[in-house]
Structure formats: C-alpha cells, structure tokens
Design a binder for this molecule. Structure first.
Ligand code: KIV
Ligand code: ZN
Length: 508
C-alpha cells in the first residue's frame, strides 16, 4: 500500500491542549474544513468524557459523509456503548479503544496485572466489534511497553477484531531510530499483523513527533495520527501539515502519498488557530508567518532568479496566495467575495453579508485592507458565539491620573445596561465595568495583543483567556482601537462561559 492514511485528532487530542476548549459549532466548522482538506479519518471526540464531546461527535457523524468519523473510548463496556451511541449515525463510523500497556502505568496508575490488561483489551474489542467492523485499538504508552508484551496485546486485539492497531508514543519519549525499530519489531513478531493497519500516534515532548511519525512510515506504518498546527496534550502531537508536506515534497525519498488536498492547509491552520486561540509561531514549518519569507539578500536574489533556489515548497501548494491585491473602501461585494474564495473561504450567505458589512466598516477607518485584515474580519464572524450580552459602547479616559471606563451592553432580554469603573489601567477599568454588569466570577489568566498588519492604522487583535470553576475560556476581538478590541475579546470569552453554564444548567 503506497497511501498513508491521515487520521486527524485535532478535535480530540488537539482540543485536550490546556486552554483549547471549542464549542460544538466550532468543532463542526473545523470538521467541515478537515473534510475539505480530505483527511481520511476525523477523531471527533471522546463521548464518555463529557456531554459536550458526546454531542459534538453525534453532530459531526450526522453532518459529514466522506471521512471515517472516529469516537475515542476507554476500555470499558459503558464507554464503548456511549462511543457507539455518538458515532452510529456516521456513514463510516469507527470506535477507537485505548488502554495502557506499560508497566509503569499498570503498576502505579491502573494497579492491574499484565494478564488482566490483556483480557480487558480482548474483551472490549469484541464488544465494540458487535457494533461496527472498523475498530482501532491503542496500547497506551507503547513506547515504554515491554516489546514482548506489546506483541502479545497486538496479536490478541487483532484476533478479537481490531482492524487498526495504533502504536502511541504517549509521552513523546521515543527517538526516531529506536521508534523505527519498534515498528519493524511489530511487523516481525506479531503473526497476524497483516490483518490490521499499523498506525502511529506521536507526541512532541522532545520535538520529535513528526520525525518519529515519518520513521514509522518508513518501517511500514500506514496510518499517522496528527493534528493541525501540531496542537495537543502538553507539547502537542505530530503536525499534520508537516507530515503531509514532507511526504509530498520528498516523494523521491518516501515513494508514498496522502490524500491531503494541500491547497487547503493554510486556511485550515488559520481556522484552527482562530478558534482554539493557539497562535502559530512565526517560524513554524509550512504555516508560520516566516515559512516563506526571505530576509537574507543572497536568498532574495536567488528566489527572484528562480524560486526553487531557496524554496523547497511552493507557497501556493499549501494555499498561501501570491496575490498582493489590496482592497479598499471603494471595493464592492464582488471583489470581496472573490478575494475570500482565493483565500479558501466559502461563507454562507448570512456570514458573507455580515463579513462584508464589517469589511466596509473597517475600510472606513483604514486605507488599505490586506489579506490579513480580511482573515481577521471573517474570523470575527466565525468566532461569534450566541451572545448573552452584547457590547454596544465603550469609552475610556486614561493617562497617569485615574483610568476610568464606562460601558454599555445589551442584556439577555434586549435591555440596555450601563456602568462605569476605575481601574489600574484602561483595560482593567473596562473589564471591571463589564464585571459590574455581568456579575460572573472569573480570573483573567492570559492577555495578548498583537497587530494584524503593519502600519499606524493597523487593527489590534486581542486574545484573552479567563478561568472559571477550573475551566478556561478563550476570547478574541479585533479593532483599530485596542481598548475596543480588548472589550470585544472579554465579551467573547464571557459569552462562551455563560453559554457553557447555561447548557450545564439545562442538562443538570
Ligand atoms: O497519546 C495517547 O496515547 C493517546 C491515546 C488515546 C491514543 O492520545
Ligand atoms: Zn495522544
């Protein structure tokens, strides 16, 4: 088989990253984009872990038709039944069962013997097999598991009906050469291995997740588990875009392919960054802001003469447009729509109209509207959550006296609410004034402001995280006035918090 199956776990392991919580509509939106990207499998969530995950897997299973939709499950009957309940509406459903296999986990965490784990692995695969033929099994912490015991488990779960066996480097401990040998050992020592697809799932604690995934492919693995922008638990997972572009760019070396529609990589990366609030570092391979920028004169000279002198990938192949077209306040909806299409967006009529309106408002304040501005305008529409409170007006007076803010919000029943507060600075004063109206306790844990583009009239984009009852909520807002952007970001995070609390109240 010369195709590598791309299993995307952005919505499961990716969302597990601290502070990366997504709501159900955002998950669906990312899932739709992953379908466009043509990933083979979408791990949509972990249904037994929360009602929100359950609902998201159910909705994605109903709405998407092409990829396999996978639900993660603990190795116990109740969790498997719950996973199936969530995923059974999918055209191609998969249940993915995981259970630790390393001695360190067995002795100190699960307090179970190897025989017990072996038996549970077998039994739970058999239970899931009653529901669907497509079963994946992961012996968690495989990189630190005794190889002989790992072979035993794999043989047993394949006999029980697992069609994919996933070998996780759960703690990102493996070194490429060693990891390749481990995969080779599996092919040599598990007698029924040909009956299953061998997959790998590498974490990035030592910065080796992509290298380990590629090494595994070289040794026969044919599924890779990865996430957009490499987000995930702790230091994250192997990055989908890096694996896909390595296989494509070095076809001469790997002689393999993926089904990834690479021209959708950049827009997918932007969407995931926008919705999770995880910024992409500038020097990130493939999708970072500097990935195709040349600073050195020698390099610039080379690229002007022949792009390939210093670029091993064509930015167009990952969906980064070469267009330098700049829109302004005289640009009409047609030009706006065309630019959106070139940037990889296809918006529903309503979102399109709202984005165009926001674009016009921005064009009144800013002479030139660049691609980054357009992305920011669209992102603001996308990140709009069902608003309990809406920000109408914000006014500050600041300096080295007493920073003061007054705000006006529309409340849940359409009522106008206004209040004012002093603060240590203008943003603090705005947040305190909002708090006096909204009255929901929370702690601000992160506040970042960055400029969307260059220039004195650039929009400022604010990213904040607030914490309430142990849960983190992300908020973003953009405006040419950074105080307004800060207020929008805070309202965005508060509305997320309020809508989660409202749903929890209804359910419980
Ligand atoms: O890292 C890990 O081991 C996992 C499993 C659930 C596959 O995420
Ligand atoms: Zn993982």
């Amino acid at each position: 088989m010369d195709k590598v199956i791309v299993f995307d776990t952005t919505l499961r392991d990716g969302e597990q990253a601290a502070g990366g919580t997504l709501n159900i509509q955002e998950k669906l939106e990312i899932a739709r984009q992953l379908e466009k990207l043509n990933v083979d499998v979408i791990e949509a969530g972990f249904p037994a872990s929360s009602p929100g995950d359950f609902e998201a897997v159910k909705l994605i299973s109903k709405e998407l038709h092409n990829p396999v939709i996978c639900a993660l499950s603990h190795a116990n009957p109740k969790a498997i039944d719950r996973a199936w309940e969530a995923v059974n509406g999918a055209v191609h459903p998969r249940i993915h069962i995981f259970l630790s296999s390393s001695d360190i986990h067995l002795l100190h965490q699960l307090k179970k013997s190897r025989d017990e784990i072996l038996q549970t692995s077998r039994d739970t695969v058999m239970r899931a097999k009653k529901y669907t033929d497509d079963i994946e099994f992961s012996p968690m912490d495989a990189s630190r598991t005794d190889p002989q015991y790992l072979y035993q488990i794999l043989k047993a779960v394949i006999e029980a009906g697992a069609t994919t066996v996933n070998i996780p480097d759960t703690v990102g401990y493996a070194i490429p050469d060693e990891w390749g040998k481990r995969i080779e050992g599996i092919f040599q020592n598990v007698p029924n291995i040909a009956k299953a697809v061998v997959s790998v799932h590498c974490h990035n604690d030592l910065g080796l997740a992509v290298a380990n995934s590629l090494e595994a492919i070289l040794h026969g693995a044919r599924q890779v588990e990865c996430t957009i922008n490499g987000i995930g638990e702790r230091a994250g997972n192997a990055s989908l875009e890096e694996i896909a572009m390595a296989i494509r760019t070095r076809k001469d070396f790997f002689n393999l392919s993926t089904g990834i529609e690479t021209t959708h990589i950049y827009s997918t990366s932007r969407l995931v960054s926008e919705l999770t609030g995880f910024l992409v570092q500038a020097n990130k391979a493939v999708v970072g802001a500097n990935a195709f920028r040349h600073e050195s004169g020698i390099h610039q000279d080379g690229v002007i003469k022949l792009r390939e002198t210093y670029e091993i990938m064509d930015p167009k192949d990952v969906g980064i447009s070469a267009s330098s077209l700049v829109l302004g306040k005289l640009s009409g909806s047609h030009a706006f729509k065309e630019r959106l299409a070139e940037l990889g967006y296809s918006l529903e009529e309503d979102d399109l109209n709202k984005s165009f309106q926001a674009f016009k408002e921005l064009a009144d304040k800013k002479k030139e509207i660049t691609d980054k501005d357009i992305e920011s305008v669209v992102a603001q529409q996308k990140r709009t959550v069902a608003e309990v409170y809406h920000l109408e007006k914000v006014q500050v007076s600041c300096g080295n006296g007493m920073p003061t803010a007054s705000v006006r919000l529309t409340g849940p029943n359409g009522e106008m609410l206004a209040d004012a507060s002093l603060g240590t600075g203008p943003v603090d004063a705005v947040y305190k004034a909002i708090n006096r109206i909204v009255c929901v306790s929370n702690n601000l844990t992160e506040f970042t402001v960055k400029s969307v583009t260059q220039g004195i009239d650039a929009q400022g984009e604010v990213l904040i995280r607030i914490e309430s009852d142990g849960v983190t909520y992300t908020g973003r807002g953009a405006d040419t006035d950074i105080i307004v952007a800060s207020a929008k970001a805070y309202m965005n995070a508060l509305n997320r918090l309020l809508s989660v609390k409202k749903t929890a109240k209804k359910q419980g």
